[in-house]
Design a protein around this ligand. Structure first.
Ligand SMILES: [Zn+2]
Length: 352
């Protein structure tokens, strides 16, 4: 789903009114605002951090935004994912679609595109290419290292952002100028503290929105041409303990990604066809097939319950499992961690 308006067509008057408070801020000014309107960013993952960052950037007038997300809105998202509401959860609307709709209602003079896709090594170049900046809204390190590989290889900046429980971290990566995510996480005991996930230890709304705010402020500096204002530090915060920290990270001279240029996430390991995603969920990736969801619904009607169907997905229950199938053949199975169970359910209900 795409919504567009030409970002270059702003009348000076409406620009001055819409973005007046931001242009009054000395760090942005009219020149910075013009840079923002001409800039672009792609946000990978539209959960709490991605949704909050997308909202801030669209309101700030970043001219072109793409949102990539593989999942759909559920009631448990609403506590922290600020772009979604109960109607989105009832309809199981894909997050990328719900987000794009909401964002265009907020600011119709920028271009917003929502893509229901799972970022992987095969489509990373196509989905991330051609944007000034990549923002991290993901919930897993495999995807973050894939983004880092893409960014380092193509010499594009990206911003790492993660939160779990009451704690979060963010760091801006500018290849060639700063350390990268592999410098930070692959070379030492640095920052390995985010192995728990929101699905196991929970997460608070305030920390994701705080981290998204820090990430978005860095994005505005980069996109407004104010690189000198970037803080170049790894910032971590805990909204429960009140502990805030900002540390300088060293570039690793033998870093796999930015020194040795071994892009193993982007090139080497092909993504397995079945991966764990979150607590008690398994994702079966694209099977290179297009499904007729309407026909599938008709075929399954008698065998399954709680059927929900929209243009993008078909979701149903087969006790004790919840199965969600996307039009590109991808499926998410909740209620199991066992890839074999997921494969067998897929074969049984969707087809081998
Ligand atoms: Zn590095």
């Amino acid at each position: 789903m795409t919504g567009t308006a030409a970002p270059g067509s702003h009348m000076l008057d409406s620009l001055q009114e819409k973005y007046s408070r931001q242009m009054l801020f000395a760090g942005i000014g009219e020149e910075g605002q013009r840079c923002l309107l001409a800039s672009s960013a792609v946000i990978v993952g539209c959960g709490a951090i991605g949704a909050a960052s997308a909202g801030l950037l669209v309101r700030a007038g970043v001219g072109r935004i793409r949102i990539i997300d593989r999942d759909f809105v559920e009631p448990s998202n609403l506590q922290r994912q600020t772009l979604f509401d109960e109607a989105d959860a009832r309809a199981a609307t894909p997050k990328a679609v719900a987000a794009a709709r909401k964002l265009l209602a907020i600011n119709s003079s920028v271009s917003v595109q929502g893509l229901v896709e799972d970022l992987n090594p095969r489509n990373a170049g196509e989905l991330l290419g051609g944007f000034d900046l990549v923002l991290d809204g993901t919930d897993n390190f495999e995807t973050r290292f894939l983004i880092n590989d893409f960014a380092v290889q193509s010499n594009r900046p990206w911003i790492y952002a993660a939160a779990v429980a009451s704690y979060g971290v963010t760091m801006t990566v500018r290849p060639g100028l700063t350390p990268c995510l592999a410098c930070l996480l692959e070379s030492s005991s640095n920052g390995q503290g985010l192995e728990e996930t929101c699905d196991t230890v929970g997460v608070l709304g305030p920390i994701v929105n705080l981290i998204a705010s820090l990430e978005s402020a860095e994005a505005l500096k980069l996109l407004a041409g104010r690189e000198q204002a970037l803080h170049n530090r790894l910032v971590s915060c805990d909204v429960w303990s009140g502990h805030f920290q900002s540390v300088s990270v060293a570039q690793n001279g033998s870093c796999r990604a930015c020194a040795r240029r071994e892009f193993s996430y982007l090139n080497g390991q092909a993504q397995p066809h079945v991966t764990l995603c979150g607590r008690d969920s398994v994702q079966i990736h694209e099977r290179g097939r297009t499904l007729d969801l309407g026909a599938l619904r008709g075929r399954l009607a008698a065998a399954v319950s709680d059927v929900r169907h929209n243009d993008f997905l078909l979701s149903f229950r087969v006790e004790p499992y919840q199965m969600t199938v996307f039009a590109d053949g991808r499926a998410i199975l909740k209620g199991t961690k066992d890839p074999a169970v997921a494969r067998s359910l897929y074969a049984r209900y969707i087809g081998a």
